[in-house]
Design a binder for this molecule. Structure first.
Ligand SMILES: [Zn+2]
Length: 496
């Protein structure tokens, strides 16, 4: 999510990533080479400490038996028999958590870079939040051809109104019939959810909500600026991205803002939210938070997206990001007006206060980053750990933060029988950590191995699949004012 956007015209350097992808693919398929044991593939993780992300309980010296892609047994290591054909992984001193989910990413054309980065960071599932159909075809084709990828749920194209720009992932809708047709097209494309955007007019939003119900698809995204949070919640809107509208909805000025504020672009919208925040109405908030809980609506704070928008240098961890992308980020940073950076600083000071209020009120949240290479410093996978850290800084306990990326996504997806905890019967998506994440949330980065759908990938293998590049410095980017494609000439209001 960004207040600005530039036309992207960088080329990807894919050869290296492709080559290393073979390492990953090879690793994951290696078991299938052994035909004898194909019917009883077994991975055993021994001597692990299991982190119960429901209760925060740690159970030491456990053996997790994984048959095919599911956890088939968990028991104390000294009492669990191991068949001789099982592959055994010693996890002595290590902590096992469920695979992490990033509930707000944009893969665009970056999937060959994004998938290995996500997996290397323990992200075994992503909710994609708006892409062109040709990108969806690329991901699906590559995954079907054997590319190793996190579990992927996607929205199809983002449904928006207002004047069309050249964003390839958006449909700019004018009529209710178009809105219904757009829902149908996304559903046909295999969408798991329908993403709406800020400028979708209220009557079209109502049509989208109604049509999506017919396909049993949740509607998520930006709260359209014409729609009040209270109304969207009652209608069954499923997740509120970037906490949009929550400051306005908890303000005594809500009516006035809806009557008078210019919310025709995101700068105006953000300004209205900031204004609203100074007139916080605790009674209104209590009612709103209660309805979020009762209706099962999930706020997705994406704190890390806002934080990165205020950065004025390329993150050193951008070594994982192709040089052309880093250069485009440097151009965005250079072209961002200081007043916008100031505004984002204010948003960054307010957002944690809303997260804290939601958490104090017992409203569960989802971890999402808004990772996209159109947004500066939004490195796939890496940013999810930043988000967890920011949630803790906003008042969540490390356990609650961990839940936003494990248990809560499983609940949102209504897939608690498969996902979200380390328990018998669930899909074997696991992360092995060297340090206890409940002691310090930063320890989610101490990844030793990842299990995806029952397949073990050691950190070394995961890292080999991630290419590195020199880190670009903003000051090193030469401004080319005569270049009509230069970022400085292409700044337009936009968001993800
Ligand atoms: Zn987004």
């Amino acid at each position: 999510m960004s207040l600005i956007r530039r036309k992207r015209c960088f080329k990807k350097s894919l050869a290296g990533v492709m080559a290393l992808m073979i390492v990953l693919t090879g690793c994951v398929n290696s078991n299938s080479a052994n035909k004898d044991h194909e019917s009883k593939q077994m991975l055993v993780i021994q001597h692990a400490t299991i982190v119960d992300v429901k209760s925060g309980k740690l159970t030491k010296d456990q053996t997790i038996t994984i048959t095919d892609n599911k956890i088939s047994h968990i028991g104390s290591s000294d009492e669990t028999d191991i068949p001789d054909y099982a592959k055994v992984r010693d996890a002595k001193g290590q902590y096992v958590i469920p695979g992490l989910w990033d509930m707000h990413v944009h893969l665009e054309e970056n999937y060959k870079n994004a998938f290995p980065l996500l997996l290397a960071n323990g992200v075994t599932g992503v909710r994609e939040m708006g892409a062109a159909f040709k990108n969806i075809d690329q991901w699906n084709t590559s995954i079907q051809a054997g590319m190793v990828a996190p579990r992927l749920l996607y929205a199809g194209m983002t449904l928006n109104g207002g004047p069309a720009d050249d964003a390839p992932h958006m449909r700019y809708l004018k009529t209710e019939e178009e809105a219904r047709e757009a829902v149908r097209l996304n559903a046909e494309k295999g969408a798991s959810h329908i993403k709406v955007y800020s400028w979708l007019p209220r009557p079209l939003f109502l049509a989208v909500m109604d049509e999506a119900k017919k396909f049993n698809l949740p509607v998520v995204g930006h709260l359209p600026v014409e729609v009040r949070a209270s109304e969207a919640i009652q209608l069954g809107f499923k997740s509120i991205e970037h906490m949009h509208g929550l400051f306005i909805a908890t303000s005594s000025m809500e009516d006035e803002i809806f009557k008078t504020a210019d919310m025709s672009d995101l700068l105006g919208y953000s300004t209205a939210e900031i204004k609203a925040s100074s007139n916080y109405d605790p009674k209104k908030a209590e009612k709103l938070f209660r309805s979020l809980k009762e209706k099962g609506v999930w706020p997705v704070p994406t704190l890390t997206a806002y934080l990165n928008m205020a950065k004025t240098e390329i993150d050193s961890r951008s070594k994982y990001v192709p040089t052309a992308v880093q250069e485009s980020w440097a151009e965005i940073i250079r072209a961002t007006p200081p007043e916008q950076t100031e505004l984002v600083h204010v948003i960054n000071s307010l957002n944690p206060t809303m997260v804290q209020k939601l958490n104090d009120a017992g409203v569960p949240m989802l971890a999402g980053t808004d990772s996209s290479y159109e947004l500066t410093n939004m490195i796939y996978g890496v940013t999810l750990h930043d988000e967890l850290k920011l949630l803790v800084q906003s008042g969540l306990t490390p356990l609650q933060a961990l839940q936003t990326a494990t248990l809560n996504p499983a609940k949102y997806l209504k897939r608690e029988q498969d996902l979200g905890t380390v328990e018998v019967g669930k899909l074997a998506d696991l992360v092995l950590l060297n340090k206890n994440p409940l002691e310090d949330i930063n320890n989610t980065t101490t990844i030793s191995a990842v299990v995806l759908d029952g397949k073990l990938m050691e950190k070394q293998t995961l890292d080999q699949a991630v290419k590195t590049y020199p880190v670009v410095k903003v000051a090193d980017i030469k401004v080319k004012p005569t270049d009509p494609n230069a970022a400085s000439n292409k700044i337009i209001l936009h968001n993800h």
